[in-house]
Design a protein around this ligand. Structure first.
Ligand SMILES: [Fe+2]
Length: 223
């Protein structure tokens, strides 16, 4: 019998094979959310105690604010778990031309999402990107999965609450710099044109204060 993680992989495959085919894509996405909603951190053999340790990648990084666990990767999608320490955040970043599905496994976080106004997939360093506010969602393990699209909510910032947070992140297709899907970081700019709905984000390198170090996955085999 397939494990819950194998069912997740199988439904992710069924969903992202239907990209661009409506209503099949929406139907499969609904089923994917249902599968995700059955999952808990125990299914991944992930204990909140992992957040009480320092996340290091010596000699380069000590006490990282964030870590990630690769669960599964194929050309169509990747499944990972990201963790963020209490009160820390992931800076604004994008997912060029990608879909993303996030689901909190434990604790809580706030996701602030923007959509690029011009719709360009690849930003140029030094040229600000105009963005429109989409949503600010407070999510915990009881919340529905949060979905981002290539043209909607593709840039976000993720703020952990008072406890370390862990969330599933399914990305389709996966990041792949060789295919133009690198993760771009952004810094919020203060400009005269800004208002509550529209802001300018300056593309830049990975901020020096932020890192995401790899953790090993010790849960059930995903395939
Ligand atoms: Fe993200």
């Amino acid at each position: 019998m397939a494990s819950k993680i194998q069912r997740l992989v199988s439904q992710a495959r069924a969903t992202f094979r239907k990209v661009g085919e409506e209503p099949a894509f929406s139907d499969e996405m609904k089923k994917l959310k249902e599968v995700i909603n059955t999952l808990t951190s125990e299914d991944f053999n992930l204990s909140p105690s992992v957040a009480r340790k320092q996340w290091n990648y010596r000699p380069y990084v000590v006490d990282s604010p964030s870590s990630c666990m690769e669960i599964y990767q194929c050309p169509e999608f990747s499944i990972g778990i990201f963790l963020i320490k209490p009160h820390k955040h992931m800076p604004f970043h994008d997912h060029p031309g990608m879909y993303g599905v996030m689901k909190v496994l434990f604790s809580s976080m706030t996701v602030t999402s923007y959509s690029k106004l011009e719709g360009q997939a690849t930003p140029t360093q030094g040229i600000p990107v105009r963005c429109r506010f989409l949503s600010q969602l407070s999510l915990d393990s009881k919340s529905e999965p949060c979905v981002l699209y290539p043209e909607q909510g593709n840039i976000h910032q993720i703020q952990a609450g008072e406890e370390a947070v862990a969330f599933i992140d399914i990305l389709a297709p996966p990041y792949n710099p060789k295919e133009g899907r690198d993760c771009n970081y952004y810094e919020k700019m203060e400009t005269k044109e800004d208002d509550k709905q529209n802001i300018s984000l300056m593309p830049g390198p990975n901020p020096s204060w932020f890192s995401c170090v790899p953790l090993s996955y010790n849960g059930p085999c995903p395939s």
